[in-house]
Design a protein around this ligand. Structure first.
Ligand code: ASP
Length: 582
């Protein structure tokens, strides 16, 4: 028996018990005649004591030679600790050691195994197994497991069946590039790793599974933006004989369940907002609604004066920044510089200080009188003491810029509270999205998403304004889930492919299997997928998904621990009929 107890469980009530513990040496203090060792495992830390009077000399010597992160086993007696430590669960006791067994020695770790470590990100990733020994990382992984368990509990209770779908599949275009895997047995042919199990879950519905879910790895070969992983996990779900409303309700309930179970937070309501409304009010299809600062559309009255920049702009929009009316000239200039950064891309910013006495001071006083500015304040909801920031230009771009500013200011003003949860559904997304690069429409969600029946006629006349039965679940400014009602009619699916620029042959070659399946009695179905990594991170009160993944990849998509991707040898290449030209 390696241990009778773990390192987190002994208490004063165990005094005089003979125990065996095993774990890692967190640290030791050597006073010559006395040695203390903090022994650590997943469950906690227990203090060991070796002393001249009570411990065998050889064992004391052995204890003096223990290094950090050695793995040891000790036998001894639980005794009362002289100086108790209230910050430790085991702080009332210590173990007077009689036997010490070194199970495994350790080199000095490249960074300290402490909550606050001296190791940089890259170093910690290279030695991720050591990083996992640290409390914060371990706690995150345990938390992730707990969330997964709760998801399974909830969905199982609702009759969902967890079905595994294949990982070696054929390309399904969902907007990103596929990772491909060469097939040895089928020379010159490739599998693709799934960007999501989308088509399979639809086939499961046609197969009569009725309610499916899977906590599943998905792969997208995208240019990595900060905090994106090439492989990530989804909670993937699909249901038959349901309408959009049924899907929203059940996953709203699941989100509530998770918030209650893992955070003990009760959320009163999940507002629903159309995509258009979200764009107009927040300039963003995943608005953070924990704080106000809603957009005020100033176009109508801001354009009624002689200010050329506004008059030539498609829209003029502003936000009221609470309490920022007292910003100095320098602080405001810094904000203007911030919106002019290439990442944001505004050409400038107009501001209005709302003075405490109800008057206004703006950067465009030459063009607008106090009554004009009072209207701006009313429209943006600005109060005395606030600062109104106004941007203008083409609608889409300007909203995106103001949204970036809104989020930045909320961050600076500490309005994005990690312990506050504000979910909402964004619904009625556009079906199609214009892609400048390829000069054609793309499916905004994916090609299997159903247009709103009343908008189908517009597909050929006004494709950009066709709305989809598609929805996103947004939490604290992050999209945590998204899905749609699916097309289940072969003709409509064919029409959709046509509008997406597929020839009949291309559609057949890529999706023949799905079109065929639609000929054998497809039920109406709908579903969604949650981004599990992000969901866990947000529930955990953090936004970095890497911290919640056991073995993440770095910003270049590399696993620096196992050194992947890497070259393969010539024999392997030959077997796969591949030639590498770089
Ligand atoms: N497959 C979709 C995605 O990965 C989710 C869905 O439509 O259910 O975003």
């Amino acid at each position: 028996m390696y241990r009778s107890h773990d390192c987190g469980s002994l208490r004063a009530s165990d005094i005089n018990t003979e125990v065996t513990l095993a774990g890692w040496v967190q640290k030791s203090r050597d006073k010559g005649f006395m040695v203390w060792v903090d022994l650590r495992d997943r469950y906690g830390i227990t203090q060991l004591i070796f002393d001249e009077e009570r411990t065998d000399k050889k064992i004391l010597e052995q204890a003096q030679n223990l290094g950090r992160e050695f793995v040891i086993q000790v036998k001894g007696t639980v005794i009362e600790r002289e100086s108790k430590n209230d910050n430790m669960a085991t702080g009332d006791i210590e173990i007077l050691v009689k036997e010490l067994n070194v199970l495994s020695e350790s080199k000095t770790p490249p960074f300290t195994i402490e909550d606050k470590t001296d190791g940089g990100e890259e170093l910690r990733m290279k030695y991720r197994y050591l990083d996992i020994r640290r409390n914060p990382v371990r706690e995150n992984l345990i938390f992730r497991s707990k969330v997964a368990m709760e998801v399974r509990n909830f969905l199982a209770g609702k009759d969902f069946v967890e079905v595994e779908t294949p990982v070696l599949i054929k390309s399904t275009p969902e907007g990103a590039r596929d990772f491909v895997v060469p097939s040895r047995m089928n020379e010159g042919q490739f599998y693709a790793l799934p960007q999501s199990p989308q088509t399979f879950k639809q086939l499961l519905m046609i197969g009569g599974m009725d309610k499916y879910f899977q906590i599943v790895k998905c792969f997208r070969d995208e240019d990595l933006r900060a905090d994106r992983q090439p492989e990530f996990t989804q909670i993937d779900c699909e249901m038959s004989f349901v309408e959009q409303e049924d899907v929203l309700n059940i996953f709203e309930e699941m989100t509530r369940h998770l918030l209650k179970k893992v955070k003990n937070v009760e959320v009163a309501e999940f507002p629903r907002m159309t995509y258009n409304e979200a764009m107009e009010k927040y300039g963003n299809d995943k608005p953070d609604i924990r704080f106000g600062m809603e957009f005020g559309d100033l176009s109508a009255f801001a354009k009624a004066r002689d200010f050329k920049i506004f008059n030539e702009a498609e829209i003029v929009v502003g936000i009221a920044v609470p309490g920022a009316g007292s910003y100095s000239r320098k602080e405001i200039d810094a904000l203007v510089d911030w919106v002019k950064r290439p990442q944001v891309g505004a050409l400038g910013m107009v501001y209005v200080k709302c003075n405490d006495d109800g008057s206004f001071k703006s950067s465009v006083d030459k063009f607008y009188n106090q009554d004009d500015l009072a209207k701006w304040a009313e429209t943006t909801g600005a109060k005395p003491g606030d600062l109104i920031c106004v941007l203008s230009g083409p609608a889409h771009k300007t909203r995106a810029q103001l949204s970036a500013l809104r989020m930045e200011l909320a961050e600076r003003l500490d309005l994005r509270k990690a312990d506050q949860f504000a979910p909402l559904w964004v619904v009625d997304f556009p079906l199609l999205e214009w892609d400048e690069e390829s000069n054609r429409y793309h499916a905004m969600h994916h090609p299997f998403t159903s247009p709103k029946p009343e908008d189908i006629d517009k597909l050929s006349t006004d494709p950009g304004n066709v709305r989809a039965n598609a929805y996103d679940l947004v939490l604290n400014g992050n999209e945590i889930g998204g899905g749609s009602v699916r097309i289940f009619d072969k003709k409509l699916q064919a029409l959709m492919f046509e509008h997406l620029g597929f020839t009949e042959e291309e559609a057949r070659a890529q999706f023949g299997f799905l079109m065929d399946a639609f000929e054998y009695g497809a039920p109406p179905h709908a579903g969604l997928a949650f981004g599990f990594d992000r969901l866990v991170a947000i529930l955990g009160g953090q936004e970095t998904i890497r911290d919640f993944i056991a073995f993440p990849k770095n910003n270049n998509g590399r696993d620096v621990m196992i050194d992947a991707p890497s070259k393969i040898d010539d024999v392997q290449l030959k077997e796969l009929s591949l030639k590498v030209t770089v």
